[in-house]
Design a protein around this ligand. Structure first.
Ligand code: DOR
Ligand code: ZN
Length: 362
């Protein structure tokens, strides 16, 4: 990591103007398919070398053949000259076949399996209804060292939406950790202080991804001046104390926390609707947003670990070569990305952000 500081004679202090880090990865990406894939992939590919690709298509990516096909479509949709590498995942259902899961892992087709509790979020209706019943699959994954990536929210309709993550942790995650002491687990998009502590308590085999949006919005932001559909995602943003705890976790340098943007594009028509789809398209502004948080938390020296080291180590991947530079240079962010006859609204789009992405070297 390389930092350029400038001394400001007026304030008598120096501040970082430019930061160059090893190229980063995004361990939680929704790229969709077809026209949407074509529209959003360039943004992720411009910032990240590798992306862990979520399998919640319709139908979901449940077989090795489907993952191979999806991987090919992603590679084909890359902008000219892009070296972006999709790391595929398998969608767990009640019918998950441990032999198929092992085959895809051993053949290098997928790096992990994604566990959605049935109905928990977008396209999760094919998900798992009975987590303990998947024990044979988890045992196999334990044996082969394949991580399970968990959307940690209770699907009990009687549980308040803001308590769904906490309920899942108590009722499902802690028991799962106990039943499978060798299972590698990523708790995706951590949104509470308590979940961050659970990750820390199982650091030898658990990790947590943290999104850019959960570092900058809290649950009141969703209702700021009116209902803001483009800030609605799942897990929904929580109280301010949780946002502050997430900022501490992300910027702490602890090896169990790393980037997973959960960039989740939906058409404007699906967001500004009677029933708004869950998901925030953060892919276009991810590094700028994360870096602003690290800057505000006086933790720029720990940015590279969060962005480019911790996740790769957890997954057992080589660290990327090459660098990306971010500069303290205000630039306006595009408001939306066109997709067919509509568009996808960009998280923090239309605003001016203090950090801009500069040169990438390979
Ligand atoms: O807000 C979300 N959107 N949360 C998820 O877990 C899924 C995602 C999507 O696919 O749109
Ligand atoms: Zn997601």
């Amino acid at each position: 990591m390389n930092v350029t500081e400038l001394f400001d004679h007026v304030s008598g202090t120096s501040r970082v103007e430019r930061i160059t880090i090893r190229r980063p990865d995004d361990f939680h990406v929704h790229l969709r398919d077809g026209a949407m894939l074509e529209a959003v992939l360039p943004f992720t590919a411009a910032q990240f070398v590798r992306g862990v690709i979520m399998p919640n298509l319709v139908p979901p990516v449940t077989s090795v053949a489907m993952a191979r096909g999806y991987r090919e479509r992603i590679l084909k949709a890359r902008p000219d000259g892009s070296d972006f590498q999709p790391l595929m995942t398998c969608y767990l259902t009640d019918a998950a076949d441990r032999d198929e899961i092992e085959r895809g892992f051993r053949d290098g087709v997928w790096v992990a399996a994604k566990l959605y509790p049935a109905g928990a979020t977008t396209n999760a209706h094919f998900g798992v209804t009975d987590i303990p019943a998947l024990a044979p699959v988890f045992e196999r994954m334990e044996t082969i060292g394949m991580p399970v990536l968990i959307h940690g929210e209770s699907t009990d309709p009687d549980v308040d939406i803001f308590d769904r993550e906490a309920a899942f942790m108590e009722q499902s995650l802690l028991p799962l950790l106990k039943r499978h002491p060798g299972l590698k687990i990523v708790i995706e998009h951590v949104t509470t202080a308590e979940t961050a502590d659970i990750v820390r308590a199982h650091v030898s085999r658990a990790a947590g991804t943290i999104t850019p949006h959960h570092l900058v919005i809290n649950r009141s932001s969703i209702f700021q001046g009116g209902l803001r559909p483009h800030l609605y995602c799942l897990p929904v943003a929580k109280r301010e104390r949780h946002r502050l705890a997430l900022r501490k976790a992300a910027t702490s340098g602890e090896p169990c926390f790393f980037i997973g943007t959960d960039t989740a594009p939906h058409r404007r028509t699906a967001k500004e609707a009677e029933c708004c789809s869950a998901g925030i398209f953060g892919g276009a502004t991810a590094l700028q947003t994360y870096l602003q948080v690290f800057d505000e938390e006086c933790a720029l020296d720990r940015f590279e670990a969060f962005a480019s080291v911790n996740g790769a180590r957890f997954y057992g991947l080589e660290l990327n070569g090459g660098t990306i530079t971010l500069e303290r240079r205000e630039s306006p962010v595009l408001a939306a990305v066109a997709v067919e006859d509509t568009e996808v609204v960009v998280f923090q789009g239309g605003q001016t952000l203090p950090w801009s992405v500069g040169e990438v070297t390979r």
